[in-house]
Design a protein around this ligand. Structure first.
Ligand code: ASP
Ligand code: MG
Length: 439
């Protein structure tokens, strides 16, 4: 029998109707063994993190929200709410407490979804990451799963339970060797679903969404954007990092080398093929480019000065310091006497404070430019055939858009550059048109 893991994200857990749709999808697929991995109900993780920051107990609000989806009396759900309330009323500001609070959206939604299915003719049981033995590596807020141990745990704790019922598993987090909650980063339920598919020996992984699949561009920006039938791991990963919030970028690390057939599926057209996510393309593409994404809220920092010319290791020092200051660096370009790199605009204050401390020591001056957007152009065929860069920058220049920093990954499947954020949409449309990606 085919075993499938279905990832149900918060974006399709918006109201009671979505639970109804989910039950229908499961009934349509009743000839398979289905395992669900669920995110928190829409908006709940954000609300929990805000509540932690504000020191507010929002349990009552959350109880009402969950009731509005499905009004059920359930002891496990009640225990969840009271444990959450106690946690939220705690005072200490520790990452351990924050992470535990953050995981409650999934703890609650998994029970709620499972109860809903049970009362709608689908035998179901919920399991959280502790029950399943999803082991995390100890990093807070951006953990990786320890696959070997997790696999062992699945063999004894999960696989024997699959037959005859739909298991609903919490996405987003695992438990480290100290028993702490480690989340896999925002949007981490995709990653969890891949873990469950591989450790649970599923043949199929379906990431359910309310979009058709990966698109040639954001359809809100480009009207004739087309759905892609197939996308490679590398392309999906690049697009994920560019903020095309379709798939958590590390999902593919888990799938690499596994026999799992992964696909994006749409609740709007559950019978239709979505986008297959594959290690290698099934057939050659005619287009050099497969997709264009953009991300606003980017800043470029440039450090300059004679001191750097003969001084090895300045770049390393700067990036180590940035990491320690909690600033993550995305793209880097260097010349003999300057280094430019991009950071998230929200990190600029931290970065500025850090650079001020070493100005005149590691380098002479620095400059930070805000208000930029990162444009990412992705395509497997770009690595094999010439002409992509010429086409991209001809299109961009044609619109009078100034390019700030260009970078191409060694894999050759993407070109990334920065422009004024106000021109981001124009820029995406211009490239889409230049390469006739529309359908
Ligand atoms: N609920 C978590 C978040 O909002 C994980 C997820 O949705 O994938 O980031
Ligand atoms: Mg979410």
């Amino acid at each position: 029998m085919t075993r499938a893991v279905l990832k149900i994200g918060g974006g399709i857990l918006r109201s009671r109707e979505d639970l109804e749709t989910l039950a229908q999808i499961l009934k349509m697929n009743s000839k398979r063994e289905n395992v669900l991995v669920v995110s928190a109900l829409q908006g709940v993780t954000d609300a929990l993190l805000k509540a932690y920051e504000a020191g507010a107990d929002i349990t009552e609000e959350l109880r009402q929200k969950h009731q509005s989806y499905f009004d059920v009396k359930n002891a496990a759900l009640e225990r969840g709410f009271s444990e959450l309330s106690e946690l939220l009323r705690g005072k200490e500001r520790t990452i351990e407490r924050k992470e535990r609070i953050s995981s409650f959206g999934e703890r609650l939604s998994s029970i709620l979804v499972s109860e809903y299915l049970n009362s709608h003719g689908i035998t179901s049981v919920s399991m959280n990451a502790e029950d399943c033995g999803i082991v995390a590596d100890g990093r807070f807020e951006n953990a990786n799963c320890v696959m070997g141990k997790t696999k062992e745990n699945f063999n004894s704790k999960v696989i024997p339970k699959i037959k005859g019922r739909t298991i609903v598993i919490t996405g987003y987090y695992g438990i480290d060797s100290k028993g702490n909650v480690n989340t896999f980063g925002r949007g981490g339920s995709d990653y969890s679903a891949a873990v469950v598919a591989v450790a649970g020996e599923a043949q199929v992984l379906e990431i359910w969404k309310d979009v058709e699949g990966f698109m040639s561009a954001d359809p809100r920006v480009v009207k004739d954007a087309r759905k892609l039938d197939e996308i490679t791991f590398e392309e999906a990963e690049e697009l994920g990092y560019l903020g095309a919030k379709i798939l958590h970028p590390r999902t593919m690390d888990v799938l690499q080398g596994s026999p799992v057939f992964a696909q994006i599926k749409s609740v709007l057209a559950p019978k239709k093929e979505g986008t297959r996510i594959v290690e290698k393309l099934g057939k050659e593409r005619t287009n050099l480019i497969s997709s264009i994404a953009s991300k606003k809220g980017v800043a470029i920092a440039t450090i300059k000065g004679g001191k750097m010319v003969d001084e090895p290791g300045v770049a390393a020092d700067i990036f180590v310091m940035a990491t320690k200051a909690g600033v993550s660096v995305d793209t880097i370009a260097t010349s003999q006497s300057s280094i430019s790199f991009t950071v998230d605009e929200k990190d600029v204050d931290k970065l500025e404070a850090m650079l001020k401390k070493v100005e005149n020591k590691l380098f002479d001056v620095f400059e930070i430019k805000r208000g930029l957007a990162m444009i990412g152009v992705v395509g497997e065929e770009m690595a094999r055939k010439p002409g992509s860069a010429a086409g991209i920058f001809t299109a961009v220049a044609g619109k009078g858009i100034n390019v700030e920093l260009i970078s191409q990954a060694a894999s050759g499947i993407n070109i990334t550059f920065m422009i004024n954020a106000e021109r981001a949409e124009d820029c995406v449309r211009a490239i889409h048109e230049e390469f006739r990606l529309g359908g």
